[in-house]
Write a protein that binds this ligand. Structure first.
Ligand SMILES: [Ca+2]
Ligand SMILES: [Ca+2]
Length: 406
């Protein structure tokens, strides 16, 4: 039985023993294959998983584009004080009677022809702004920024949203007409607002270059460094510093005696001291009971005589013989600017009534009639002095002794 049992078993024993004999070989082979596989597989898988990891890393650092990213930026303003000054609050758009022209234009990179989209917002007192680019995907764009009355600036390859506020540079002032050029038209635009302030019907905010809330020669002076410049510009100009050492604005002669009905002249003299000036403003008050501004034929005049050797034209030149005022603002737009002591204009006057002394005084205490010498919108802080006129019933001639200085 056992043999019988064995026999069949025995008859199957040989193959089984072969299996058992083969088992260690297969096992070793498997281990070898596994070992080789374990050795080679990571090499292959390193390269694959390395590519995957690189790809995955790229995706992690650049999330999928999303709609309507936020653009944070900042601009600097000229002639409006330091950052934090409320005059830095600037609309990045233009409002013409309720029609808004957007001042933020976003372009396809490499182009500045037609914008993909436009937006508008207003900066804070530090020139910072934030605007959501509705309808655009996050990405890289070229961007142009224009203030309501400034030249535009542009910056290429701006990533939106940016990691931090994008510095768009300085908005150059003086484009009162809004056409991205500073020229005589911008000065002309100021004329209807000249010597007017906010609240006055004809006051135009874009004429108020330095945002002092009044329009006068300082606003003209402020645009002079940008005269004939055109936007968009890549960077701002360095602010020119006005030197105010020993500058003065005076009437000459400062003391004179004339006869009644006599026609005589008083000159407006500007002295730029150690510096230079592009603009002279002279706002003079006189007593119309004693004096009248006349022309060369002795007839009442509505303007004074500009010294065209210094200024080819005046931004403003008016006389009010009823109120007793002379208002003059003249600007030299291109270099060389005015330097030294120069006769700005001549006031021709007629003596109307007897007086021991009547004065002509410069207004210089408050906007808008601030008599001044200025360069690039900065006052030279001149010393200011007027004149006294005595009117006699007879003509007096005073002969002063000649004084020699050793
Ligand atoms: Ca313009
Ligand atoms: Ca102003």
């Amino acid at each position: 039985m056992n043999s019988n049992k064995r026999s069949p078993l025995g008859s199957r024993q040989e193959p089984r023993s072969r299996v058992w004999l083969l088992a260690p070989i297969l096992a070793v082979s498997f281990v070898l294959v596994w070992a080789v596989g374990a050795h080679t597989a990571p090499a292959a898988s390193t390269s694959v998983s390395g590519a995957q990891s690189t790809s995955t890393g790229t995706l992690l650092s650049a999330p999928a584009p999303f709609l309507s990213p936020l653009l944070n930026g900042r601009v600097a303003l000229e002639r409006r004080g330091s950052p934090g000054d409320p005059r830095w609050i600037t609309p990045l758009y233009r409002d013409e009677g309720g029609v808004i022209t957007d001042g933020i234009q976003v372009y396809q990179p490499g182009t500045f022809t037609s914008p993909l989209r436009t937006y508008n917002t207003t900066t804070d007192a530090n020139g910072a702004f934030s605007v959501r680019l509705d309808g655009l995907w996050s990405g890289v764009y070229d961007i142009r920024i224009k203030g309501g009355d400034t030249l535009s600036v542009r910056k290429a390859s701006v990533t939106v949203p940016p990691a931090s506020a994008v510095d768009f540079g300085t908005l150059l002032v003086g484009d009162s007409t809004g056409n991205d050029v500073v020229n005589a038209d911008d000065v002309s635009y100021m004329v209807p607002s000249f010597l007017l302030c906010t609240g006055d019907v004809s006051y135009r905010i874009y004429a108020d270059t330095n945002k002092s809330k009044c329009v006068n020669g300082l606003d003209v002076s402020a645009l002079v460094p940008n005269y004939l410049r055109q936007g968009p510009v890549l960077t701002g100009l360095q602010t020119q510093l006005a030197s105010n050492a020993a500058a003065s604005l005076a009437l000459s002669p400062s003391d004179t005696r004339v006869a009644i009905d006599e026609v005589f002249t008083i000159d407006i003299m500007g002295n730029t001291g150690a510096g230079a000036a592009d603009t002279v403003q002279a706002y003079i008050a006189f007593d119309p009971a004693y004096l009248e501004v006349v022309d060369s034929s002795g007839q009442p005049a509505d303007k004074i005589e500009l010294n065209t050797a210094v200024f080819t034209s005046a931004t403003w030149n008016s006389v009010d013989n009823g109120a007793g005022t002379v208002d003059l603002s003249a600007t030299q737009f291109v270099q060389p600017y005015i330097s030294g002591t120069r006769k700005v204009a001549t006031i021709r006057l007629k003596a109307k009534a007897l007086t021991s002394g009547t004065t002509l005084t410069f207004a210089h205490q408050a906007e808008p009639r601030l008599s001044d010498l200025s360069l690039a919108g900065t006052s030279l802080s001149p010393t200011i002095s007027g004149a006294t006129v005595g009117i006699n019933s007879y003509r007096v001639r005073v002969y002063l002794p000649v004084v020699f200085r050793g």
